[in-house]
Design a protein around this ligand. Structure first.
Ligand code: FES
Length: 371
């Protein structure tokens, strides 16, 4: 069930549980794909990736004969993948070119096809396009900091037990000054006690910019509960203390990408739906650094940043959104403005895709098989 339900714009019911289709998505690391096929589930669909003559190909991972995953198959001949069960053999475009169990006179070749997907390899990551239309240019979907080969791009992949939406909405509110206050990342920083959120649509209409527009003092006084947060001596040192206007800018982009810009480093979280209850998170960091700077940065990433930021900081996020009941009724407030605007954007894109599919269903959309 991927079609958006009829619902008020911005409500959770209007969101596609298996994500938007007409976009490029990261699938897996280049180094994971060799001659042996690799199965990956994404957007609720199984895909077999394999490499031939250096290029990566992707086929729907079900043999149209009797349903064996093609990822169990072998590369018997160059440029093909042969099903393990009866030997039906498919070229890289997904066309059956031989049915080895039926012999050279078989009538199957030329009449059976399995869906193939366009792929691209960029900075050690394989991207795939699973939409029904012609894929749009890569640079429209993939952030520039992941495209440039002059940057040092690190890719860390995690699988989380939640839908793709809470994994993204997590980065659109002011939870960080509450959830992460005790993280190593903020250990010495004097954070604002509270913050409100400002939102605007990006110029191209395909994203939402989110920023803190008002920030409270380091400690606030509540008539009901007293002072918060408790002041501790080590936060007196304003080491890297964020100040108003200096908080990293956050941008959410379709189909499910968050970009956060630190001074000379971009953090990108790309949430790829696996199924309705699981998401594969690609956590990218990209920075331009060469020579000695590049060497030092690689050491910093390997021994400090990847642990403090990826393991502990994002580990705190994971705890909350994996426990969040996303189906529960909500009482949204000012700091959820980014969540509301983002949901509207996704719902609009989903309605657009559903409308296009309906038109194609009525007037014909080609000869896709098993797609
Ligand atoms: Fe694949 Fe029979 S199931 S060839």
């Amino acid at each position: 069930m991927n079609a958006p339900q009829q619902a008020l714009p911005g409500s959770k019911a209007a969101l596609p549980t298996l994500g938007l289709r007409e976009f490029w998505y990261p699938a897996l690391l280049s180094k994971k794909v060799g001659k042996k096929p690799v199965p990956i589930k994404m957007l609720g669909e199984e895909i077999a990736f394999f490499r031939d003559d250096g290029k990566v190909y992707a086929l729907y991972n079900r043999c149209p004969h009797r349903g064996l995953p093609l990822s169990c198959g072998r590369r018997e001949f160059p440029g093909t993948l042969t099903c393990l069960y009866h030997g039906w053999t498919f070229n890289t475009a997904g066309e059956c070119v031989a049915a080895l169990n039926e012999g050279p006179q078989s009538s199957i070749p030329g009449r059976v096809k399995v869906r193939s997907y366009p792929t691209a390899e960029i900075n050690g990551v394989i991207f795939v396009y699973m939409g029904n239309k012609e894929p749009r240019p890569l640079e429209e979907d993939i952030p520039e900091e992941l495209m440039t080969t002059s940057n040092i791009v690190h890719t860390h992949i995690e699988e989380w037990n939640c839908s793709w939406m809470p994994a993204l909405e997590n980065l659109q509110d002011s939870h960080d000054i509450f959830v992460h206050r005790r993280s190593l990342f903020y250990l010495f920083r004097k954070l604002p006690s509270w913050a409100t959120v400002g939102v605007s649509l990006t110029d191209d209409g395909r994203g939402v910019d989110i920023r803190y527009d008002k920030m409270g003092p380091a400690q606030a006084e509540y008539e009901t509960v007293g002072k918060y947060p408790r002041q501790v001596w080590w936060r007196r040192f304003k080491i890297n203390s964020p100040r108003p206007g200096q908080y990293p800018k956050t941008e959410l982009r379709l189909p499910g990408v968050v970009r956060i810009g630190f001074s000379d480093l971009m953090y990108v979280r790309w949430a790829v739906p696996v199924d309705a209850d699981h998401v594969r998170a690609f956590l990218f960091t990209s920075r331009h650094a060469t020579g000695l700077n590049g060497f030092v940065y690689r050491l910093y990433y390997a021994f400090i940043a990847s642990w403090i930021f990826l393991r502990f900081f994002i580990g705190q996020d994971k705890i909350v959104f994996e426990k969040q009941d996303y189906s529960a009724p909500e009482r949204l407030s000012q700091t959820d403005t980014g969540v509301i605007r983002w949901r509207r954007l996704v719902a609009e894109a989903a309605r657009q895709e559903a409308g296009d599919d309906a038109i194609e269903a009525k007037f014909g959309a080609g000869q896709l098989v098993n797609g």
